[in-house]
Design a protein around this ligand. Sequence first.
Ligand code: UGA
Ligand code: MN
Length: 378
Amino acid sequence: MNGVAVHSALVCTETHNAICNIHNEATGKDLLISALNLYTSLTHQQVIMRMRLKLKTVFVLYFMVSLLGLIYALMQLGQRCDCRDHAKSKDQQISQLRGELQKLQEHIKTSQLSKKTDVPRIYVITPTYARLVQKAELTRLSHTFLHVPQLHWIVVEDAPQPTPLVTDFLAASGLTYTHLYKLTPKDRKLQEGDPSWLKPRGAEQRNEGLHWLREMGAAAKGKEAAALEEAVVYFADDDNTYSLQLFEEMRYTYRVSVWPVGLVGGMKFERPVVEDGKVVRFHTGWRPNRPFPIDMAGFAVSLRLILTNPQARFDGDAQMGFLESSFLQHLVTMDDLEPKADLCTKVLVWHTRTEKPKMKREDALQKQGLGSDPDVEV
Ligand code: UGA
Ligand code: MN
């Protein structure tokens, strides 16, 4: 009891003086009941206060946790998180990193190479003629060449004069180029419906490119003449597919370098066969006894050799499959050929051919005056 009274009194003095004063005037029993009531009511208030206190603590804790969460989220912002990585095993992660490292190393190598200016120049001669896919072909080709350091593109149009399409295309290409034209005479040109093998294609244009090189070579002096001594010439048709590595293989050519060509002559590939570092014969499905049974895409010639052999040119009247031989036999023998692409074991160029687009619907719409706008260049 005493303890209760003392406790009540203590609570009184601390909190509810007014109520205590009223109860101090009452009798013993009343006082006891009042004290008990007061004790109960005070305990209730204490409970409420404690609960408030707890709520406050919970709120503070909640606030702190939210704040920490926010800080953590802010710290994670901008950091790469590939969540799939967590599921992968360590080995997979290591091999993935190795792959990324290799890609980066190759990227550095290529970007360093494209800045190189002290490597032999490559002159690429490309015959081209107007058709629906011409701009698409030239776009693809130019994008390959843009990756090749020290490349000079000689584009020779099979046309009576330079066309606006090729002129504008080259001006915007970002490449070092020379724009020429030479119309194939009618009697040497394939006519609509002729099989593609009936007459050689691009012969007059390649000869025009060679003529330009010889004129340039004759006029060159000093440093420029010395640079030409090291240069190499390649005949790149506008429809084939060329790897970047191919250009590095041909860059150092003393006379004539050779390598395999994929998807040509009805074969998976054709190639020179190399024994003891020398070309001894050719792997081809058709007339292997031709002087040089090799596709135009399969060789490059040193500019020096072209300049010192002015009679070397392509014969526009050559029999089917003899166009390459008509030129090469003026320059080398089989014994002189320099095998590239890991002794001719790698295919780095493909003799791809683009399908002629079908214009059935275009023709039908044109008859109704609803054809595609002719002012839009395709
Ligand atoms: C194959 C060879 O890969 C060619 O190098 C070779 O010139 C040709 O055979 C041939 O025997 O004459 P193919 O795919 O049949 O090539 O020939 P195309 O790609 O149609 O023509 C070769 C090059 O000549 C191309 O760059 C093409 O644009 C050009 N060309 C073609 C012309 O300049 N005018 C034409 O009328 C046709
Ligand atoms: Mn072709």
